[in-house]
Design a protein around this ligand. Structure first.
Ligand code: BG6
Length: 307
């Protein structure tokens, strides 16, 4: 099938189409009776998730470059094998090697319950080995239902143990930054990166007014984002990820970033992470799986992180 002059669209199943743009980016358009979702093959990057009758839960910056080999700003970047800055090299992109890599589409399944499951995969190559000298394979299973579920499997294909960082670096679309709050992080030890790595213990709700770069250690399985302006409550449920990063650049830093600018008020990143002391050490031949599931309910339906 062909639509606009330069976008080719192929129907892959009843609920999945793939559009290829001349710039070399391909995107999967998943539309079933429960939700709609866009996934770029570059980075296995989920760019939107819209459950039926609701708005998009995710935020993509209107200023994001959509270029081959460049990170997208927004959605759900998959971070691996490092999170944040590379420990030694400032010339490398933040958040690892696979965010800018073209992943391969392995499977498309329309499930009898009305959901859709797709599997994307990538592995080491000459370029990744020149930066990170290890063999690995990654598989991301994405389930699009009334919820969005991401299962990331990292397999050590090397001859020795590997150690890596990983994350789902999710940008959530919000109505108003100062009105949102986050629960489920009460009691966590916190490191405030925007305040000289000040350490404290989280007491009560988290409010993100402006610049906010905090790591919550030993996070529980459920974190909830409350958004009274958009009238919804977003529930994040994770497995095998030990930290939660909450990030927003705030006004001043955002203005210095041409891919964020005034859009900083429209998102908050709540990221499920294994980094630093929580980095994963994986024996030869073994697979590590981490999972994130996101769903949304009307505002006020979930009162705590353990709801
Ligand atoms: O690479 P992106 O998507 O612009 O995200 C960068 C940000 O990612 C966050 O996870 C970090 O805590 C920030 O320090 C960093 O600036």
């Amino acid at each position: 099938m062909e639509t606009a002059a330069h976008v080719h669209v192929h129907q892959l199943s009843q609920t999945v189409r793939m559009a290829s743009e001349p710039a070399g980016l391909s995107v999967l358009l998943i539309e079933n009776e429960q939700a709609r979702c866009l996934v770029y093959l570059q980075g296995a990057h989920v760019a939107s998730f819209t459950p039926n009758g609701q708005g998009n839960l995710l935020f993509m910056s209107p200023y994001s470059a959509y270029e081959k080999g460049k990170p997208f700003r927004g959605g759900i970047p998959i971070c691996f094998p490092w999170f944040g800055k590379h420990p030694k090299r400032d010339d490398l992109y933040l958040h690892g090697l696979v965010r800018t890599k073209a992943w391969e589409l392995r499977e498309v399944n329309d499930i009898a319950d009305g959901s859709t499951k797709i599997i994307l995969a990538t592995e080491d190559d000459e370029c990744t080995r020149s930066i990170w000298p290890h063999r690995f394979s990654l598989q991301l299973t994405i389930t699009v239902a009334a919820f969005l579920r991401l299962e990331l499997q990292v397999t050590n294909a090397d001859e020795q143990p590997i150690s890596f960082e990983e994350a789902f670096h999710t940008y959530f679309h919000i109505g108003s930054l100062p009105d949102c709050s986050i629960t489920g992080l009460e009691g966590c030890p916190v490191v405030d990166r925007a305040d000289g790595n000040r350490e404290y213990s989280q007491n009560g709700l988290v409010f993100v007014g402006g610049e906010f770069v905090r790591i919550f250690e030993h996070a529980g399985p459920v974190v909830v984002l409350h958004d009274p302006i958009l009238g919804r409550t977003i529930r994040m449920e994770q497995e095998n990820l030990k930290q939660v990063f909450v990030w927003n650049p705030g006004d001043e830093k955002a203005r210095q970033n041409p891919e964020v600018l005034d859009a900083w008020k429209d998102f908050v990143c709540v990221e499920q992470v294994n980094s630093g002391k929580a980095a994963v050490v994986l024996e030869k031949g073994r697979t590590h799986q981490s999972t994130l599931q996101i769903s949304s309910l009307p505002y006020g339906n979930l009162t705590g992180g353990h709801a």
